[in-house]
Design a protein. Structure first.
Length: 217
């Protein structure tokens, strides 16, 4: 499997790195901010340092929204390059389970939410055995079993990574708050929209709202 920087370099050639004019975001900046997509943790891993915009007075690290936005575009284009049912999305986090399910239903991907059965990517004798071509994880830490199996079979991993995550085995990082209910709904809503648009064009219909992706309290 390629390193995170290897995949990043391959996907972000000078012609592909920016699909829009400088300063233009996929959604209003206010939507990112009110959903808390940019709010990280107090702990910071060395591999996530480059995505930090600043540190708040309370010690929370703030992620660079423009880099999050840029990488959602890249990740969507990358995931859209695979047959829909060969993309696997997983979440062990409670607030990530509904967003993952709705993302999968909307884009045609497969979702394993709640408990990930060990060996389902590596043991053909299991009833749950499945052979994806790409993996999307909500949190590399809580989805460690799926991540480990993806590494062992050599498929690329796209991961939502908070400031405290280690990214060593994540091929393409989407820096984002991967713990908040609204933050996760916003990222998956936007990622699903961009996957659909990557496949069908920028005018492809998309009627879902962020609220459709939100887990119940």
């Amino acid at each position: 499997m390629e390193s995170e920087l290897g995949v990043e370099e391959r996907l972000t050639s000078p012609s592909d790195a920016q699909d829009t004019q400088p300063g233009e975001l996929l959604i209003p900046e206010e939507t990112y901010l009110t959903s808390g997509v940019h709010i990280g943790t107090q702990q910071k891993s060395a591999s996530m340092r480059r995505f930090v915009f600043k540190v708040r007075f309370d010690g929370l690290h703030v992620l660079d929204i423009r880099e999050t936005d840029r990488r959602i575009r890249i990740a969507a284009k990358f995931l859209a390059s695979f047959p829909p049912d060969q993309v696997l999305a997983v979440s062990q986090r409670q607030y990530g389970q509904k967003p993952v399910k709705v993302f999968a239903k909307t884009t045609g991907a497969v979702s394993f939410s709640e408990r990930f059965v060990p060996g389902c990517l590596t043991n053909p004798n299991l009833e749950e055995y499945y052979e994806p071509k790409a993996l999307l994880v909500t949190d590399p830490a809580t989805d460690q079993q799926a991540l480990s199996e993806a590494v062992s079979i050599g498929i690329p991993v796209v991961g939502l990574c908070d400031v405290n995550n280690e990214t060593r085995h994540v091929d393409l990082v989407i820096p984002a708050n991967n713990k908040g209910r609204v933050a996760l709904a916003t990222v998956y809503w936007l990622l699903a929209r961009e996957v659909i648009r990557s496949r069908s064009g920028p005018e492809a219909p998309y009627e879902l709202s962020i609220e459709d992706f939100q887990a119940a309290l």
